[in-house]
Design a protein around this ligand. Structure first.
Ligand code: CO
Length: 156
């Protein structure tokens, strides 16, 4: 596995339109493995393609549950309900955090690394992370929709 460079706000790749993934091959699996390694190395709980310079619809999430790493290819929110405000950060906005209002429950359709179609109902941190990461696929950062933003307190 190899670590990838994480691009930060200001880099145009974060604002670019992303393309659907159409080839489900070993190369895609390797890319997803590298994205997961990069996310864990940077201490994040989610990472989307544009953040590592890949303008494609794919992302990884670890919502601190028993499932570990989750991969979502071509994800789409097909239903959402409820309302929740929580504090979010982003590996591409390393110096700030902010309060963001999101749906508290989402249903997402996506494909796995083999191209199989899946559906997932998510709530809590997983639902928030999915909305945050899917925003990345549309060139949107949490700072675009945050209710309030403040500098992150650095931990030693
Ligand atoms: Co982010």
């Amino acid at each position: 596995m190899a670590l990838m460079e994480i691009y930060v706000a200001g880099n145009p790749v974060l604002r670019k339109e992303t393309e659907k993934v159409t080839t489900f091959d070993k190369k895609l699996g390797k890319l997803l493995d590298n994205m997961a390694a990069t996310m864990y190395h940077a201490d994040g709980c989610g990472l989307a393609g544009p953040q590592v310079g890949i303008a494609k619809k794919l992302l990884v999430i670890d919502a601190f549950d028993d499932k570990g790493i989750r991969e979502f290819i071509n994800p789409e929110i097909v239903e959402h309900s409820g309302d929740i405000v929580s504090t979010e950060g982003c590996l591409s906005v390393p110096d700030y955090e902010g309060e963001v209002r999101r749906a508290s429950e989402v249903i997402v359709e996506y494909q796995d690394r083999k191209g199989a179609k899946k559906e997932l109902k998510a709530e809590g941190l997983l639902a928030i992370a999915l909305q945050h990461e899917i925003d990345h696929l549309n060139g949107v950062l949490f700072i675009d929709k945050a209710i309030s933003i403040k500098p992150k307190v650095k931990e030693d």
